[in-house]
Design a protein around this ligand. Structure first.
Ligand code: ZN
Length: 426
């Protein structure tokens, strides 16, 4: 039997549950009128892949102010002073030098380093000192080295008794002889880095590669012929200055009528070893002339060049506009002349654009190229200030058109047109 109090408690709980249930149904009734779904935002710390990133992998970042209050000391990067040199000998042997020093605040003295390699490019083998020098004759090599060092630095005399094999650690074969690089740790008389040359002649049979290599014959450099039309002009002299400064020869295709305006320019060109040939008397289109007139244009110009310079020009000429026909070719053949065309044309007369001229030539420069230019424009002269040293830097030799033709085509054939080489991709 349950007590009356028990049933009272059951009734009270039931009433309370009814009230709560009524309240909650009111609440759900109210929210049921709102149809907008509540967006569920990703929790970036719950290992979800959001935008491709696993936030779990994000490093824990320090607050910025912590960095600001304890700045990292700037590390001392040290000072590196490094130089290098390369020499290529007999078309086969490549010598590399690297030297310099590295100074770090953590050490008192700079670290000195020097490295050299002589590579046989035929066999791809690094040569050892015993491949280059007859080790039986080291005493001779030491004596020659001492002599060369003494000539370079007389103050070295007290140290030269120390010469040993280590002093030959850094050497390359150069065009004229064996070049030995001396570093401050080997040669301690305060000259820094320097190199001395021991000639192949002095080394004699102590130098093992000589006979095999024919080292005194430098490899033939690729050839380019720069040709300048329509002068002589003020800019001819500027181009002559540039060629004089950097070395190299060129061909000037002059107009006969202009020679007496600037005879000294023509004389200077010839005296500097350049080639001066004709480009007609007055820039007439030769294809529109009769045989007599064509002949006159060619021979009168050559005679004027010879009269001023005392040198008979080679039997080659450049036709105005490069225009020829059978008549022009036949007259040339009869006169013993051949025609000089070109393989690279930067259109310097039309664009007058230094960058264009430079890029056009440098993109197409190749062994055997004949380049057409005009020494009557300031932009052409300006471009030559860049082109001429750059071609030489890239290993080209600047030759006259006749030299280039002689090398690639042999003796000039009368009536023949010579164009030179152009890269196949242009
Ligand atoms: Zn011309």
């Amino acid at each position: 039997m349950r007590s009356k109090a028990f049933w009272l408690i059951v009734l009270a709980v039931a009433i309370l549950a009814g009230i709560i249930s009524c309240m909650s149904s009111n609440t759900s009734g109210h929210s049921g009128t709102n149809t907008t779904p509540v967006p569920i935002l990703p929790d970036i710390y719950d290992n979800e892949d959001v935008d491709g990133y696993l936030y779990q992998d994000m490093p824990y970042l320090e607050p910025w102010d912590e960095y600001e209050t304890t700045p990292e000391p700037t590390p001392d990067p040290g000072l590196l002073d490094m130089q290098s040199d390369t020499v290529f000998v007999a078309g086969r042997y490549a010598g590399f030098f690297t030297w310099g020093h590295f100074h770090h605040s953590a050490v008192d003295e700079p670290v000195v380093f020097a490295e050299s390699t002589v590579l046989d490019t035929y066999t791809d083998v690094d040569l050892d000192i015993s491949d280059i020098i007859d080790m039986e004759q080291l005493e001779l090599v030491f004596a020659l080295l001492a002599e060369a060092i003494l000539a370079y630095a007389p103050e070295s005399a007290p140290f030269l008794f120390r010469i040993n094999e280590n002093w030959l650690t850094n050497m390359v074969i150069d065009h004229e002889g064996l070049r030995v690089l001396l570093t401050p740790d080997i040669a301690p008389w305060d000259l820094g880095f320097f190199s001395v040359l021991i000639s192949y002649e002095d080394l004699g049979e102590a130098f093992l590669l000589e006979v095999e290599l024919g080292l005194r014959e430098p490899p033939r450099l690729p050839m380019v012929a720069l040709t300048f039309d329509d002068g002589p002009h003020f800019y001819t002299d500027i181009i002559l200055d540039i060629l004089e400064e950097h070395g190299g020869r060129a061909t000037f295709c002059v107009l006969g009528y202009r020679i007496h305006y600037r005879p000294n320019t023509v004389i200077r060109a010839v005296n500097l070893g350049h080639e001066v040939v004709g480009h007609s008397w007055d820039h007439s289109d030769l294809t529109r002339l009769n045989a007599n007139a064509i002949s006159n244009q060619i021979t009168r110009t050559s005679a004027a060049i010879e009269e001023v310079t005392g040198v008979r020009p080679p039997p080659i000429f450049r036709a105005p506009f490069g225009l020829t026909n059978t008549r022009v070719i036949n007259v040339s053949r009869d006169l013993g002349y051949s025609l000089l065309h070109w393989s690279v044309d930067p259109q310097d007369w039309a664009n007058r654009d230094v960058d264009h001229i430079y890029n056009h030539i440098m993109d197409r420069a190749m062994d055997g190229a004949i380049i057409l230019l005009h020494d009557i424009h300031t932009t052409t002269a300006e471009a030559m200030k860049l082109v001429i040293p750059r071609l030489i830097e890239e290993g080209f030799q600047l030759v006259t058109a006749s030299e280039l033709i002689a090398y690639f085509y042999g003796e000039t054939e009368p009536g023949e047109i010579y164009m030179g080489h152009r890269p196949p991709w242009f």
